[in-house]
Design a protein around this ligand. Structure first.
Ligand code: ADP
Ligand code: MG
Length: 475
């Protein structure tokens, strides 16, 4: 059959299809498709993305078959929805035309947050204003952006108290715990960000347990502890995220204990975070556990349905208008999970809608996307997350990663970041290069290849990369 005849036949099918599925849904889902083949053996409909193909097949296959039978007099043997190169490119161009690829992503989407961070002209200034910064602090992790519910109220209030630095005698130490994705890092970085901004004279230091240990190992290796002590004791507020990393590392635990004692004697404060209550932490000495429980302890729980509605509405940001209330309720009902997973699902939904130029999300689309997500097909890793696990491992700073130093460890750390970003994110070479020190895309290709070669030739590099990947996945 010629292309013209195919299109003519498809035109005869469309009115019936529109009537059957409803004009609105027809416009939403079939307007941006092309007919590639239409005969009794095969009907092939081109779409812009794999997700859309799956969705249309699941939701409309039988309707399409029936309408073809009604209009053309035969029921096709097979109906296929395949990705069409032209539509795919068109959709990519539209995204590019809208600015960054991630302008269409969810507010609070890893990608868009990273994109915003890297593009912010004020970034360099921020870095200068915060000489204590070692880690990348995500600007979206502000306390203002934290949605409060019964599941996290206590921890949030404690964080605000600390960040206001108003009642210094209240509690010298705060221990926040909760399973992965419940907002620990958000709160800890929120405290650091607020203090950096509102009390720049205060020395606030945010690090991870792994960074603390690696700094200690480096000090022990060179047998010079001054810089180590200086770094962790010469602060007004020490924040250690993922402190569970010190489990089974006896010497590091001793050092942490000394550090905590020193800070307390100086009247300084400490905030720690771990996935479980201090008493449940395996491999940590009793004396350290009893130290942890001396301060205030607050748990972050998975949000309940009411809080989830608030979080979803907030996270959708500018995309809110596209989500009818029924879809929000459906999402809030289904997504009984951590906020990180919840964000991932929303990002994906907005992404699918944007890729396919769907102006309004529908309940079936939500259901479809959730199905593929709950199958575990999609995993979201942020560039900032990659940066932070690499910083902790190589004991470098965020400034160094973003800068142009060619010092061996820094260069290696940057290359590992690029390699991981290639593997674990959907960012383009250009975006990765821009984020990690404004390098061009050939640098990213070179870096990824170099790391691949090292993985193949050096078992210790292979081990490191596998561990970093696991850390990013197990969060
Ligand atoms: P954790 O450190 O506990 O594993 P994170 O702090 O990294 O979790 O949070 C995971 C994601 O969920 C982040 O994007 C964070 O902004 C978001 N998030 C968690 N809790 C909230 C909340 N109450 N309000 C808004 N965003 C939240
Ligand atoms: Mg965390």
């Amino acid at each position: 059959m010629t292309q013209v005849a195919t299109r003519e036949d498809w035109k005869r099918v469309q009115p019936g299809l529109s009537k059957r599925v409803g004009a609105e849904e027809f416009d939403l889902f079939f307007k941006n498709t092309v007919i590639l083949q239409l005969d009794p053996e095969l009907v092939d409909i081109g779409v812009g993305s794999a997700m859309m193909a799956e969705f249309l097949k699941d939701s409309y296959e039988s309707a399409v078959a029936q309408c073809i039978e009604d209009a053309l007099g035969y029921r096709p043997q097979k109906i296929k929805f395949s990705i069409n190169g032209h539509l795919f490119r068109k959709m990519r161009q539209n995204q590019a035309g809208a600015g960054d690829t991630h302008d269409l992503a969810v507010d609070g989407d890893p990608a868009s947050a990273d994109a915003k961070t890297k593009a912010r002209p004020g970034e360099a200034t921020d870095r200068v204003q915060a000489p204590n910064r070692i880690f990348h602090l995500n600007e979206k992790f502000s306390l203002d952006n934290f949605i409060v519910g019964p599941n996290n109220k206590l921890a949030f209030n404690a964080a605000v108290d600390l960040a206001d630095a108003k009642s210094p005698d209240r509690f010298p130490a705060l221990f926040i715990y909760g399973t992965t994705g419940t907002g620990k890092t958000h709160l800890l970085q929120g405290i650091a960000l607020q203090l950096e901004q509102k009390r720049p004279q205060m020395r606030t230091l945010y690090v991870t347990g792994e960074y603390f240990c690696n700094q200690y190992f480096a000090a022990a290796k060179s047998k010079s502890y001054d810089a180590f002590h200086q770094r962790f004791r010469n602060v007004d507020l020490l924040i250690i995220d993922d402190v569970q990393f010190i489990a089974t590392k006896v010497k590091c635990q001793d050092q942490l204990l000394y550090t905590l004692k020193a800070l307390e004697s100086l009247g300084k404060r400490v905030v720690l975070a771990a996935p479980v209550h201090p008493k449940e932490l395996d491999g940590i000495s009793d004396v350290l556990v009893s130290r942890f429980v001396q301060g205030m302890i607050a748990e972050l729980k998975i949000p309940g349905p009411g809080t989830r509605v608030a979080i979803i509405k907030n996270k959708l940001g500018i995309h809110r208008a596209r989500f009818p209330e029924a879809t929000i309720q459906l999402l809030a009902g289904r997504l009984d999970c951590s906020v990180r997973e919840l964000e991932g699902h929303l990002t994906q939904l907005v992404h699918v809608a944007s890729m396919n130029e769907i102006p309004r999300i529908t309940v079936p689309l939500v259901e479809q996307v959730l199905r593929s997500l709950l199958d575990g097909k999609i995993r979201l890793v942020e560039l900032g997350d990659i940066e932070n696990v690499v910083i902790a491992h190589y004991c470098v700073t965020s400034d160094q990663i973003h800068g142009s130093s060619r010092q061996r460890t820094v260069a290696m750390a940057r290359q590992v970041c690029m390699y991981l970003a290639r593997r674990l994110t959907a960012h383009s070479l250009k975006e990765i290069g821009r984020y990690f020190g404004n390098k061009n895309h050939t640098t990213v290709v070179f870096a990824a290849q170099k790391v691949e070669k090292l993985i193949a030739s050096k078992p210790e590099v292979k081990g490191t990369i596998e561990r970093l990947e696991r850390q990013l996945h197990d969060r």
